[in-house]
Write a protein that binds this ligand. Structure first.
Ligand code: SAH
Ligand code: SF4
Ligand code: F3S
Length: 432
């Protein structure tokens, strides 16, 4: 057996791709290992979304260079979005790298490994043959209780700050039958929850099916208890999908719907193609369909030109909506994106102050939401043993981690738990 170490950065889609790469290389004799030391092959599955994410790759490559001195036959591959964006530069800057493979071409890894074995030099594969990739990938070999399933890739939205349309290519949806087949395989391997993934997953459009219809078909799979999807764009939240949140009991009442900013002029400069009030009205309609739904979002502070008043509008929107949790980031200039050349870039200390203020508000909302569950009974899907002996970790419909004293036979089942208290990042409760 050869050892394969895969390190994953970035979004859930990269996590899905990492699992697929491991599945793909298993027939070649590679078994997963959890450290780079002694590995025969290392894959860095990288993220390009913010500057800091991309920098991590080069520092990791520095460490791998030292390891390779002791093990010269170790293969090093850079995959993912940095590979796509900076493939040639990686090859030039980092001699330790044997191969560079983009997110749409990693099904070619076996060929690339064969080429490396024949000492045919270093290779780069960064085409976008999206249509063939999924057909070439192996069936899942195993599955956790909660499994990712990519249903849609790429993005045609071109928000002015974002690299994804360049690193992942054009929007492309997989056919529903292929998705249903993969979902059944995952459930056979033990999945009880499936998280449908796409950069614009609510824009899913496969053979005339939208996401609502796909979720309806998935809900008919016996043994599948929960369906989630991420990430959605406010512009693509169709009436049928909103209605599905009221009608489809397996669809969890927890929706990640990034808004980025509460200011109309910033939204316009970001090319988000909606106003803050459109988003408010959309949330009203979603809450009308499913009153107990909880919302999450992503925010960017310090987008070029963002004034104090613009930032106040973001805080106002957060107060108006009330989030169960959210991610927030300082704007990061990305090469090749339209916003990176805007003149009114925001000073770092201003970005820091705004991020602090926003995160303080969001965290207070998160704690308030979590605390509002104390004393309530919630269905918890148990995923794995918790760190404390005798306890399991499971999740509520709102993705909150819950620690409960329970037998391991409950892993993969949903049981009612009375929530008793909250610690910083989790809830604690007892089986009822
Ligand atoms: N498709 C998703 C977002 C994918 S990227 C959507 O449209 O919502 C995940 C998040 O990273 C984004 O929602 C945004 O908040 C953040 N992000 C993207 N580009 C960024 C940049 N240049 N600087 C800071 N944050 C960024
Ligand atoms: Fe990036 Fe916008 Fe596409 Fe999301 S919708 S991936 S933020 S370009
Ligand atoms: Fe990062 Fe690429 Fe995902 S840039 S966020 S890994 S799509």
């Amino acid at each position: 057996m050869k050892k394969l170490y895969v390190k994953t950065y970035g979004c859930q889609m990269n996590a899905y791709d990492s699992a697929k790469m491991a599945d793909l290389l298993a027939p070649l004799g590679y078994a997963a290992t959890d450290a780079p030391e002694g590995a025969d092959m290392v894959i860095l599955n990288t993220c390009h979304i913010r500057e800091r994410a991309a920098e991590k790759v080069y520092s990791e490559l520095g460490r791998l260079k030292k390891l390779k001195r002791g093990k010269s036959d170790m293969l090093v591959a850079v995959a993912g979005c940095v590979a796509q964006a900076e493939g040639e530069e990686i090859i030039a800057r980092a001699p330790v790298v044997d191969m560079v493979v983009g997110p749409q071409s990693y099904h070619r890894l076996p060929e690339m490994i064969a080429r490396a074995a024949r000492a045919e030099g270093r290779s780069i594969e960064t085409d976008f043959p999206a249509l063939e990739k999924f057909d070439m990938l192996a069936a899942p070999r195993g599955s956790g209780v909660s499994a990712f399933l990519t249903v849609q890739e790429g993005c045609d939205k071109f928000c002015t700050f974002c690299v994804v349309p360049y690193t992942r290519g054009a929007e492309h949806s997989r056919p529903p039958q292929a998705i249903l087949a993969e979902a059944r395989q995952l459930v056979d391997k033990g999945a009880r929850e499936i998280v449908l993934l796409g950069q614009n997953v609510n824009a899913y459009e496969g053979d005339g099916w939208g996401l609502a219809k796909l979720c309806e078909a998935l809900a008919r799979i016996d043994g599948l208890a929960r369906i989630r999807y991420t990430t959605s764009h406010p512009r693509d939240m169709g009436d049928d999908l909103i209605a599905a949140h009221g009608d489809n009991p397996k669809l969890m009442p927890y929706l990640h719907l990034p808004v980025q900013s509460g200011s109309d002029s910033v939204l316009d400069a970001m090319n988000r193609q909606h106003r803050a009030d459109d988003y408010r009205r959309l949330i009203d309609r979603i809450r009308a369909a499913r009153p107990d739904i909880a919302m999450t979002s992503d925010f960017i502070v310090g987008f070029p030109g963002e004034s104090d008043a613009d930032f106040e509008a973001t805080l106002k929107l957060v107060r108006d909506i009330g989030y169960a949790s959210a991610f927030s980031f300082k704007y990061s200039k990305r090469p090749g994106t339209p916003a990176s050349t805007l003149r009114k870039q925001i000073a770092e200390d201003v970005k820091t102050a705004r991020l602090d203020a926003l995160q303080k508000l969001l965290l207070a909302q998160q704690y308030a939401f979590d605390d509002s569950r104390i004393g309530k009974v919630m269905p918890v899907l148990f995923e794995k043993p918790a760190r404390d002996a005798g306890q399991l970790m499971g999740r509520t419909p709102y993705l909150q981690p819950v620690h409960v004293v329970a037998d391991t036979v409950l892993i993969g089942t949903v049981a009612d738990v009375k929530i008793e208290r909250r610690t910083a990042n989790s809830l604690h409760g007892v089986l009822v």
